[in-house]
Design a protein around this ligand. Structure first.
Ligand code: ANZ
Ligand code: ZN
Length: 855
């Protein structure tokens, strides 16, 4: 043992941390109690892939601070539910299997065990009785149940569709999995388009509710904005242009020989003889209808094959082939050179009766709106560029409200709303009036109506992969697709396949024993669906499984489920804004409609963690700036690492890893340990109780730390605890020799220990015991403060960026440097200034100025 006086001892973190983790586990300290009288609090961090690599700092950053928040909630008197699990199906395990030939089930099981051990080092309150692993039959049985629920409710259907196809991963990708430059999210290969028969979930039935629900939940504004954009509600008018009968030279009116190229997501046009075809366009600017000088179809529009004239056939065929090789994202790019081809056919303007040529152009997206647009070059930039390119006429019909038609004599489109002219009876109307009046008129003559279009598409869930949840559908030649009866779930994934690598079709397709089965309806020989589900299906409902993770008779017990949901606090990466965080909201709404769930928004509040940088850059293997937690853990321990991550910067912004920074936190934690030990061991003195100054200091600190924790502002909370520690040292004497434990020092230290407990759980538990307590500090109440005592002297601080005043804020007089900087960084005005720039240094003039120097 150590014979030196405490004041000279090193903080024995390794021993203390191991000791408390064992004890917590043995005592079941963190077991969730369903019978507790306390209100529940469900804290959840997004689960992750069980990877064979060591836990990286990103994991720590996600899990550590969130656990600190959970501990705070527990001390505030909640019965906290903080489960953890593994999103275990999917490409990482499968790619590993392809490389090594090891069954993904085996490597996944190993990785889960490995990762669990690592997670435990963080010292979290996870109750492992509620662990889920999405790749086990016990879990995926219920994922299949969900598929059937959606199927029964008309929300799962099959159709041919043009899908995103990664030729390297040999799989379909959802739009959310394709990067903006058309690369596969996983392997960076260029993504192709391919026509496949796929299962879809009809998330579009929930468009409006997904949009409306955002108003009721506490999500970061940016995430809400991204979801609104992704759902993309657009109110406009559908306008019908009848295709003109074949009367033009060179147009012989025969049906072309090539089969229609169907985009899959298009409305089926009723079969009709030529001349009875109707083109429906979607527009948000019906007021510009008189300015239409041509109409454009998407290359994949079914009418292309019907109306193209023989002399244009060859050009059209070539154009269509080229266009379909491009991604939707590429095609929608604003600044791309516009290309197109004339079909040879014409259609009739619904109000003027004039003939308007029909073109094909790839900037019109087949799956958006009706896949066809009316072109108004005078008032739309893209159409204007197109008119210049192909020498098509420009017809002005809208002028500025405060100007004249002569103002339009310029070489670009006028895209603002304004006053209508050259538009018959609608002349003089404002654009808004015109949109409604034209909408009514079109409705009268049966050539259009007001309508709403959405950007969100139905969710393609079929994957031609092995390591996923099998789709519980049987295909019968006579009866068509049949759902597997619920009593026969789970449809087990076969353990043996010849090769894990998919070759354009699912590896399951070659497993005869799996594929061959009987039709549940007629009993004849039938085949299973060879595909597995997108892993985002598995993670769309895992938070509903946690409360009943081991239940084998149902996916959840509705009483438990409704006691636990909504999740009070959800934490995870912002990269899930348009995927998981929409899908899971959709699933909750389905569960609500089916009567299982009493709320239809699963998350009350969401926080995204920021990014940890190193030397100003995102950590990456190729840059060689990755910091691995393992050696840090060995050198300074779990509490210091956790505290440093929280102290490094604002949680939602992230921060820059620095070795000097972690040494500061290391000294702080050791100082708290020494202070606690000395006060615990010192002889009791009978000096009067707490002085006014100390009392005020304590109340102020409690108030700040409480507020900061509530707001996930860990860095400022820790700065306050550092201040308090310095203060207590100044009261008991900084050399700590001959200290007598006054009631004042004892109260101050006990408060400090309770306040620091969520941040440094092992340390706090140890000191709490040293101070003579027998039960865990996490069963102690969170310290309360008296508002009157916590009031503080405040000063106004000016925030400058490169010396220029950008914002001001109030701060406590003599607040610590870190606190002031963190506060300054919170300013939106400052953040705008910092975007895309690098902070060189930050200068603080106490009680006056923060100057952030950037380059
Ligand atoms: C005529 C017009 C005139 C338009 C004008 C705009 C300005 P949002 O707001 O995104 O819904 N559009 C419609 N369907 C399209 C498709 N499948 N692919 C590409 N473009 C499409 O945009 C609606 C506008 O985008 C529509 O209004 C249409 O162009 C175009 F002065 O119609 B507009
Ligand atoms: Zn059958």
């Amino acid at each position: 043992m150590n014979d030196k006086p405490v004041s000279e001892q090193a903080y024995p973190f390794a021993e203390i941390e191991a000791k408390w983790r064992d004890k917590w586990e043995k005592d079941g300290t963190y077991k969730f109690n369903w019978d507790s009288e306390r209100p529940k609090y469900y804290v959840l961090t997004m689960f992750s892939y069980p990877s064979g690599d060591k836990l990286h700092l990103g994991h720590w950053y996600n899990y550590g601070p969130t656990d600190s928040f959970a501990r705070f909630k527990r001390m505030q008197g909640y019965e906290v539910f903080e489960p953890m699990g593994f999103d275990a199906f999917g490409l990482p395990a499968e790619n590993y299997a392809i490389k090594t030939g090891i069954n993904p089930r085996i490597s996944t099981e190993k990785n889960v065990e490995f990762m669990k051990d690592q997670l435990k080092q963080i010292g979290p309150m996870y109750d492992w009785d509620y662990e889920v692993n999405t790749s086990t039959p016990e879990y995926y049985k219920w994922t299949q149940w969900w598929f059937l629920l959606l199927y029964k409710r008309g929300l799962a259907y099959q159709k041919d569709a043009l899908v995103n196809w990664c030729p390297s991963c040999q799989t379909v990708l959802a739009n959310e999995q394709v990067s903006s430059d058309n690369l596969c999210e996983r392997c960076d290969s260029p993504v192709e388009r391919k026509k496949l028969n796929q299962w879809f979930f009809k998330i579009t039935d929930y468009n409006q509710r997904l949009l409306d629900g955002l108003e009721r939940i506490d999500f970061p504004e940016k995430t809400k904005a991204m979801q609104r954009y992704w759902i993309g509600k657009s109110e406009g008018t559908e306008i019908v242009f009848d295709v003109a009968p074949p009367s033009h030279p060179g147009d012989k009116g025969t049906t072309p020989p090539n089969p229609p190229v169907n985009g899959g997501e298009l409305k089926d046009n009723p079969p009709a003889s030529r001349g009875e075809f109707r083109i429906e366009v979607f527009t948000t600017r019906a007021d510009t209808l008189y300015g239409v000088t041509w109409v454009v179809l998407a290359p994949e529009h079914p009418l292309v094959a019907e109306i193209t004239t023989p002399d244009q056939q060859e050009a059209v065929d070539k154009y269509v082939r080229d266009a379909l090789a491009l991604s939707e994202v590429d095609r929608a790019m604003e600044d791309r050179q516009k290309t197109g081809v004339f079909t040879g056919a014409y259609c009739i303007h619904p109000l003027t009766g004039e003939e308007v040529p029909i073109w094909i152009a790839d900037y019109v997206i087949g799956s958006y709106g009706t896949g066809a647009v009316m072109a108004v070059p005078a008032h739309d930039d893209r159409d204007y560029a197109f008119a210049k390119q192909y020498k098509l006429p420009v017809k002005w019909v809208i002028k500025p409200a405060d100007g004249s038609e002569d103002d339009l004599d310029h070489d670009f489109a006028y895209t603002e709303k304004g006053i209508m002219f050259a538009s018959d009876e609608f002349d003089g109307m404002t654009s808004i009036e015109g949109i409604h009046a034209i909408g009514r008129k079109l409705e009268e003559i049966g050539h259009g109506k007001p309508t709403v279009t959405w950007h969100l598409r139905d969710w393609t869930i079929s994957r031609q992969r092995y390591w996923g949840c099998p789709i519980p559908i049987i295909h019968c030649l006579d009866c068509g697709p049949q759902p597997v009866p619920e009593s026969e779930l789970p449809v087990l994934l076969p353990d043996e396949v010849e090769e894990y690598k998919p070759k354009g079709k699912s590896p399951l397709e070659s497993v005869q024993s799996y594929m061959n089965t009987k039709c549940p309806k007629c009993g004849q020989r039938a085949l299973r669906d060879p595909d597995t589900m997108d892993t985002f299906v598995c993670s769309s409902w895992y938070f509903m499984r946690y409360p009943d993770a081991k239940l084998d008779t149902a996916p959840f017990d509705t009483e438990h489920l409704n006691k636990m949901l909504p999740i009070d606090h959800y934490v995870g990466g912002s990269e899930h804004a348009m995927g998981h965080l929409i899908y899971s909201r959709f699933f909750a709404k389905v569960a609500y409609d089916a009567g299982y769930l009493k709320v239809d928004e699963p998350y009350k509040k969401l926080v995204h963690q920021g990014t940890i940088l190193h030397e100003g850059e995102r950590m990456s293997k190729s840059r060689g700036n990755v910091v691995s937690p393992e050696p840090v853990l060995k050198r300074v321990g779990s509490d210091v690492l956790r505290c440093y991550l929280m102290f490094m910067g604002d949680y939602a912004q992230g921060g820059d890893w620095s070795d000097a920074g972690i040494s500061g936190v290391e000294r702080f934690i050791a100082r708290v340990w020494r202070l606690g030990r000395i006060v615990a061991e010192a002889p009791k003195a009978d000096t009067p109780a707490v002085s006014r100054e100390t009392d005020t200091k304590l109340h102020k600190t409690i108030k700040h730390v409480t507020h900061d924790l509530e707001a996930f502002q860990f860095n400022t909370a820790i700065a306050r605890l550092m201040e308090l520690t310095n203060y207590i040292y100044s009261v008991v004497g900084s050399d700590l020799k001959g200290v007598k434990c006054s009631p004042e020092a004892e109260t101050a230290v006990e408060t400090l220990v309770r306040l620091i407990a969520p941040f440094a759980p092992h340390l706090a538990e140890e000191l709490w015991q040293c101070l003579g307590h027998t039960r865990t500090v996490f069963d102690e109440p969170w310290p309360e403060y008296d508002e009157a005592k916590a009031i503080e002297d405040t000063v106004t601080i000016a925030v400058q960026v490169n010396g220029k005043l950008r914002d001001t804020f109030q701060a406590g007089r003599d607040a610590e440097k870190e606190t002031v900087i963190a506060e300054a960084m919170k300013s939106e005005k400052v953040q705008t200034q910092l975007e895309g720039r690098q902070i060189v240094k930050t200068i603080v003039v106490p009680n006056k100025i923060v100057n952030i120097v950037v380059k």
